[in-house]
Design a protein around this ligand. Sequence first.
Ligand code: TRP
Length: 331
Amino acid sequence: MSKPSVLSGIQPTADSFHIGNWFGALRQWVQMQDSHECFYSVVDLHAITAEFDPIILRKRTLASFAQLLAVGIDPSKSTVFVQSQVPQHAQLAWVLSCITGFGEASRMTQFKDKSQKGGQERSSVGLFTYPVLQAADILLYQAQSVPVGEDQRQHLELTRDLAARFNSQFGKTFVVPEPFIVKQSAKILDLQDPAAKMSKSSPQGCIFLLDEPAVVLKKFKTALTDSGKEIKYDPANKPGISNLLSIIHAITGEEISAIESQFVNKGYGDLKVYTGELVVDKVINPFREKTLSLLGDESKLNELMNQGAIKAEKVAAKTLEDVYIKVGFKN
Ligand code: TRP
C-alpha cells in the first residue's frame, strides 16, 4: 500500500527560521518523512501578497530552501520545492477561485486581520485570494494530511469545502484533506515579552536558527524573567521562567518536574545560562553550520531546487490535467 501523502508550506518572509518554527512545525515535518509521502514547499507566491522587495525575496527563498534541508528534510525521501517553479499552483488557483464564493473568501479571519492592519485600499486582491492558492497547493498533491498550526485551521476548512464542492460538481477529482494541527509540545514565547508568542517581528525576543551562538547566549541572558526567586513552572505567575523550562523540555524531553529539581537552590541567572547553552549546543550549532555550508554552494542549491520542482510537477501536472478535462478545457 502506498504511504499517505502530506503537504505543507512555509513562506520565505524571514532571513532565518526561528526556534518557534522548529519546535512547532518543522520538527514534525522531518518526523513524517518515513511514514508519509511528503511534499514541502517554500511558498514564494504567497510571499508576494504583502509588500516585498524582489532581491530580498530571492535571497530568502534560497535561504528557506537551504534551511529546510539543514533541519533534516531529505530530498531523497521527500519532495522539497519552490512553489513558483511549479506553474500548476497558479493555474489550479484560478479554477478554484471560480468556485469560491466572494462572501466565503471575505469571511477568512486572517485576511480580515491583515487587511485591517494594512488598510483596505492597500490590501491586494492576491491577499484576498491567498487561501484559494493555499487550497491549490494542497489539492494538487492529493494530500490526505496537512500539518499546520492552529492559525491555519480556517484555511484548511476552506480547502476541504472547495475539494468537496469541485468533486460534487464535476466528479471525483480531489482527495478531501484532513487538517493535522501540530500540537506544540511547547508553545515558545517571546523572551522579552513572555505574554506574546515568539515571532520574527520582535527580534530581541526571538531566537533565529541562524543567529550567531554569542547572540543567542546574550538573548537568553537578557531574557525577561519574573519576580521571586524560585524556579517553578507556573505560566500564569512566572511566564518568563516557565518559557525557559518549556524550551528545555522541548529539547531534552525531560519532565518539567525533573528539570525543576535540577534547579533547586539555583538562581534565574543559572537557568538562563543553562537554557542558552543547551539551545546553542543542540539546535543552533548543528543547524547553522549545515545551512551556511549549503548557502555556500549556490549552484548545487539551485540544482536541488530544480530537481524538487521536476518531481513536484510530475504529480501536480497529473492533477491539473484531470481538472482541465473535468471543467471542459481539454478532451
Ligand atoms: N498559509 C501558511 C502559513 O502561513 C503557508 C502555506 C501556504 C501552507 N500554502 C500552504 C501551509 C499549504 C500548508 C499547506 O503558515
